[in-house]
Write a protein that binds this ligand. Structure first.
Ligand SMILES: Cc1cc2nc3c(=O)[nH]c(=O)nc-3n(C[C@H](O)[C@H](O)[C@H](O)COP(=O)(O)OP(=O)(O)OC[C@H]3O[C@@H](n4cnc5c(N)ncnc54)[C@H](O)[C@@H]3O)c2cc1C
Length: 257
């Protein structure tokens, strides 16, 4: 089964073509060359992306079994946060205003500062079966996962911390409201990408209808009708400017497809 997806509407940055996307309804290996996507909150989709696949609603579930939290790969962050709140489970507070599906959040090891999705993870289920966290190489905004995350299990520790929600809210206060894909670049060790971009004069820099936000320089925002080409031009020129000035090669956090 396929689904027609208009990435200029579906993706959080509001860029991309209308594309047929393969919908995975059962646990299977991706056909050759296919790329799995989640909610497209971290994607910059080109006019000619590789063949894409997404999980069906079958994988949108969350329940407690044997004192562990089982979450399907297609489950949205908001649903996970509500469940954790309702059942007083710790470790999912970071999902407040962190848009994504469980699969995308695991693949990116999404997080805020020291709060990361991998912190409470026990194992994931891919087409190759269950893989424990210990067997996965992961780090800051990175997890070496081969295959599709169909499900993950997490520790079910009591103690949802509402005070963390207030803190995360404050931390997000300076995030732009315009369409974006979150942080454009990863923070290089010992530096902040936003600060480096600002120091080379790219804060607020606009090409066509894309810009590095005036509010937060590491957010590449769509001012309305921005294009893939404009986004790539900003990314490339910012990387060049930062490298020229500081000798630091910024690495994209955004996944370009
Ligand atoms: C306003 C805003 C704020 C944000 N704030 C944060 C933040 O604070 N911290 C943070 O870390 N991120 C943040 N992001 C980025 C985004 O929320 C995360 O990267 C999130 O994990 C993306 O999930 P997704 O389902 O949309 O994945 P997608 O964007 O669709 O995909 C992201 C990656 O995950 C892979 N993937 C998706 N689903 C699966 C699957 N089932 N199995 C295997 N791989 C899969 C894709 O191939 C791709 O490489 C923000 C984004 C926005 C728009």
């Amino acid at each position: 089964m396929t689904k027609t997806v208009d990435f200029s509407r579906f993706s959080s940055i509001k860029i991309g073509p209308i594309q047929e996307v393969l919908v995975l309804d059962t646990q299977m290996a991706l056909p050759k060359d296919y790329v799995i996507i989640g909610g497209a909150n971290n994607l910059l989709v080109s006019p000619t992306p590789p063949p894409l696949a997404m999980l069906s609603k079958t994988f949108d579930f969350i329940h407690i079994k044997d004192s562990m939290l089982h979450i399907g790969g297609a489950t949205p962050s908001g649903k996970i946060l509500s469940f954790a709140k309702k059942h007083d489970i710790a470790g999912f507070e970071l999902m407040q205003k962190l848009p994504g599906t469980l699969g995308g959040m695991v693949a990116m090891n999404a997080g805020l500062k020291e709060w990361e999705v991998f912190n409470h993870l026990i194992a994931i289920r891919t087409e190759n079966g269950w893989i424990t966290k210990e067997a996965i190489r992961y780090g800051y905004r990175f997890a070496a996962i081969e295959g599709v995350v169909y499900e993950a299990v997490f520790q079910c520790t009591k103690g949802f911390d509402a005070s963390l929600l207030a803190m995360f809210k404050t931390m997000r206060n300076n995030q732009p409201q315009l369409p974006s894909a979150g942080s454009c670049f990863k923070n290089p060790t010992g530096h902040f990408a936003g600060k480096l971009i600002e120091e080379v004069g790219f804060k607020g820099k606009r090409i066509g209808n894309m810009a590095f936000s005036e509010q937060h320089a590491n957010f590449l925002v769509n001012l309305g009708g921005g294009t893939f080409k404009e986004a790539i031009e900003l990314i490339t020129t910012a990387k060049e400017a930062v490298f020229k000035r500081f000798g630091i090669m910024l690495e994209e956090e955004i996944i370009v497809l």
